[in-house]
Design a protein. Structure first.
Length: 170
């Protein structure tokens, strides 16, 4: 039994599926991870699949942005569920047979917008930022007033302008 590194078994580069390489790149796998899955070296990947990897990474980013956008804005999705259906069958001889089956029912599900994702995207894409201003109205024992402000490079807008029910002020 020898001690040391195990040498990987490589496959013929011509047999590597470019679609699999693209999918793995779209999942943001590193070159080492892609090489391990398709059983080749990183240098072979760089040499033979550079454009496939680049396109896969771009597709993965676009797909992620699309899902984030849908999460932030809300959407309608087709859903299918199996429903138990009970039936009675009356035979000509008068007997009744009870049958229970499962049948698919399709409906439109409304996915509500996610305010957290909407805020995050506005900070990333529009340059918005959170700014909390605190004032002490009474130097002795008075309450502290908090004002939540969302700022962007173009204007200053109060949080109340974005929400029907803004965070409670303490």
């Amino acid at each position: 039994m020898s001690k040391g590194k195990i040498k990987p078994t490589f496959v013929d580069p011509a047999t590597i599926d470019p679609e699999q390489v693209s999918i793995l790149a779209g999942m943001n796998c590193s070159l080492a991870e892609i090489a391990a899955v398709v059983k080749t070296s990183e240098s072979t990947l760089k040499r033979r699949f550079d454009l496939v990897i680049e396109q896969g990474r771009l597709n993965g980013k676009a797909s992620l942005k699309r899902r984030m956008w849908q999460c932030a804005m809300g959407r309608k999705e087709k859903k299918t569920v199996l429903v138990k259906v009970k039936r009675e069958i009356r035979h000509a001889d008068g007997r009744i047979e009870k049958i229970e089956t499962q049948e698919p029912v399709e409906f439109d599900a409304i996915i509500e917008p996610n305010a957290g994702m909407l805020q995050w995207l506005s900070k990333q894409m529009l340059g918005y930022s959170d700014k909390v201003e605190t004032q002490n109205l009474n130097q002795q024992t008075g309450p502290i007033k908090h004002e939540w402000v969302i700022t962007n490079p173009d204007s200053t807008t109060k949080l109340e302008d974005f929400y029907d029910d803004p965070p409670s002020q303490k």
